[in-house]
Ligand binder design. Structure first.
Ligand code: GLU
Length: 307
């Protein structure tokens, strides 16, 4: 396994020059775009790592998976999907066009508008401290903290998300003020994880919501089923379709360069590669996942026997 990961990372490093870091959040723009790390977590929590798998970076949009899971646990399926749809938007993650023109609620919980709507309802349900505690558990990583610098940097450059939040408020979708909703949303985006933390979280999802080491149930299986399906259809921004065809593994990316991938019943995969393509997905990270999918036979719809 380690050899396969090393090769993929070595080759992936070569294309990190072709992408860009997410400079619309200045603190993310300053990150070294040559970083590339991967971690695969299998069995009862066995970690296989290569490259920069222990470097901390902010979780960004991957937190949308956690917020959706907690919303489903606390508010239930119907209430949650009353405020946000479950269809791919086909637009960029920070778009407000459809929300303004053709729909009364966000397309899905994996884009900014959907996640801000979910955050505004979570404000009434659960404290940020509790969310942090639960994120540590889900990621099997007690060292996750709030990255104050990134949090500040995003709060100082929040205009676009503020516009989305006001639009949501005008449509009656927010349960709390624009300020409270955005503060909760940005805090969740600013949690510092590693590729290894994401791999741990991936394994919990791959195991149907069970903690791989303690055996404790952290999420209901129906919640995990819903979350993984939405990751497959909407998790890679407006690149979700191609990624599903090429890799065939439910995944969620973030503009910090992270990707969380779940190979059902088998493994969790975490990626860190902050050099992004034009859609906001880690460029080299996607390369590594294409390689792993083909070499380790991970595509959920492939007929490897019949080939
Ligand atoms: N905090 C980022 C934003 O709201 C998250 C975007 C992402 O990772 O897709 O713009």
């Amino acid at each position: 396994m380690e050899n396969i990961l090393d090769n993929a990372v070595q080759n992936g490093k070569k294309i990190t020059v072709l992408g860009k870091t997410a400079s619309y959040i200045p603190e993310l723009g300053r990150v070294n775009k040559e970083y590339l790390g991967v971690c695969v977590c299998t069995g009862n929590g066995i970690y296989h790592k290569s490259g920069d798998a222990d470097v901390r970076f902010t979780i960004q949009s991957i937190s949308k998976v956690i917020s959706l899971a907690v919303a489903l646990e606390r508010c239930g399926f119907e209430k949650t999907f009353d405020r946000v749809g479950m269809e791919p938007s086909g637009d960029s993650f920070d778009s407000l066009v459809k929300l303004d023109l053709t729909s009364d609620y966000p397309s899905n919980p994996m884009i900014n508008s959907g996640a801000i709507a979910i955050a505004s309802h979570l404000v009434s349900e659960v404290s940020f401290e509790k969310m942090l505690w639960f994120t540590r558990k889900l990621c099997v990583d007690d060292d996750i903290t709030l990255d104050e610098k990134v949090y500040r940097s995003e709060m100082d450059h929040i205009s676009r998300n503020k516009a989305i939040a006001y639009l949501l408020e005008s449509k009656g979708i927010l349960a709390n003020s624009v300020e409270e909703s955005l503060d909760f949303y940005v805090r969740m985006c600013s949690l510092s994880v590693t590729a290894a933390s994401l791999a741990g979280f991936g394994l919990v999802l791959a195991s149907g919501g069970i903690h791989p080491v303690t055996g404790e149930r952290l999420l209901h299986s129906r919640v995990v089923q819903t979350v993984k399906t939405i990751m497959l259809t909407c998790g890679m921004y407006d690149g979700s379709g191609r990624f599903a065809v090429e890799v065939g593994v439910p995944s969620k990316s973030g503009v910090g360069g992270g990707i969380l991938s779940v190979v059902d019943k088998r493994m969790g995969i975490g990626i860190f590669g902050p050099s992004l393509d034009e859609k906001g997905n880690s460029l080299a990270g996607q390369y590594v996942l294409r390689e792993l999918s083909s070499i380790l036979k991970l595509h959920m719809f492939a007929d490897y026997e019949g080939e």
